[in-house]
Design a protein around this ligand. Sequence first.
Ligand code: HEM
Ligand code: HEM
Length: 357
Amino acid sequence: MNRKLVVRLLLDAGMAGLMIVLMGPMITGLPWHEILGTSVLLLFIVHCALNAWWFRSLGKMQKKRNFGTVIKLLMNGILLVNSLLLLVSSMMISHTVFAFLNLSGGGIWTYLHRVSAYTEFILISIHLGLHWRIILNAFRSALRIHGKNPVLTGLGRICSLALAVFGIWASVSRDIAGQYRLPKQTHGEATQSGQADSTTVTAKTQRQAAAVLDQKNVQQNMTAERSFSNIQIEAGETENDFLGRLTCTGCGKHCPLTSPSCGTGASQAQQAAAYYQSQADFASSSSSSAIEESSSEDYSAQSEGETQKPRTQETTETQVQTDTLPALFRDYVPVMGMYAAGSYYLLEFVQYRKKKK
Ligand code: HEM
Ligand code: HEM
């Protein structure tokens, strides 16, 4: 096999693997996230330099215009623009690598970084699918497979189907679509809907997000400790209402705690939610102690002399989902595979239809 192609494909595999690692900044910790992120962005430049022939041939592309070349041109163009947005947003929110630039962008840059990162991941997966034939041919030549092999073709289709099914599941469980939601909109949605269910769900999602962000900040040693014990919870006030009337004290922007736009705000939101829960639990346990006494395992544990674990602590513990590297790969490989397989089969289908005509 062509040695240059092997080097290029190894670089591609490395970049794809690093992209998955970068989707979990809380696993590596922010300083490493920034170093790895900057390395990947530099590798993108190397990758483009290795494919410089493509940029040079752009002028001649008019002559051989077909579905394949047009879709690749479109995807590469969007990928290039999005990579620039990712670079700029990274520079704006950097605490380590680009800290010397002193740019300290606000919450909007954090949002743009998240959006451009998820978009980059999806675009790269599609980009990979559009080049899957090159990768397949490289494998075929390395394994000396000549001609059509129905067993391998069938196996490939089964794998793609499995990736697609698991990819959909992982996209839902990682709430990829939700990453595009504007922080302010979440607040709006929550306050507009008076239904208890949707408020609870929104508040829960916010707490989970806050817990994850807080986990990142613990790694960064920038958790903002704040006491809420002097704040009265009004009668009938939901957790979302309570968080809604509190603002972050991290900087001068006073973002409501229902839609924090920085790690400090997220940490304060989590503390406020925990305080609300502890007060709500205290109120409900004192008002319905008779009912609870007869059914609750907690009380039986207490009567045996064991210390009862506060429920607030339990709730918070279950909400902080500790992400791991294997879990990240388990979820993001199928997501990448789903987009890659989708674009690969679409391209194959269009080319097959064209050949038949
Ligand atoms: C291909 C490159 C990169 C990808 C795919 C990526 C991806 C991500 C993702 C998914 C998040 C979590 C967003 C959230 O849940 O709010 C994040 C956060 C972050 N990234 Fe990146 N990133 C990349 C490059 C960089 C670079 C180069 C830097 C800085 C030099 C950087 C700095 C940060 C910071 C500071 C955060 C935390 C933002 C916050 O929530 O306060 N990233 N990144
Ligand atoms: C994780 C990131 C990426 C992966 C895994 C990836 C993968 C690939 C693969 C497998 C190829 C064909 C084989 C080769 O020449 O290496 C390719 C070609 C190419 N890639 Fe990427 N790529 C990535 C990021 C990017 C980015 C950010 C750009 C910027 C626009 C880009 C632009 C191109 C171009 C221009 C070509 C050749 C022309 C074409 O056939 O489309 N790639 N890439």
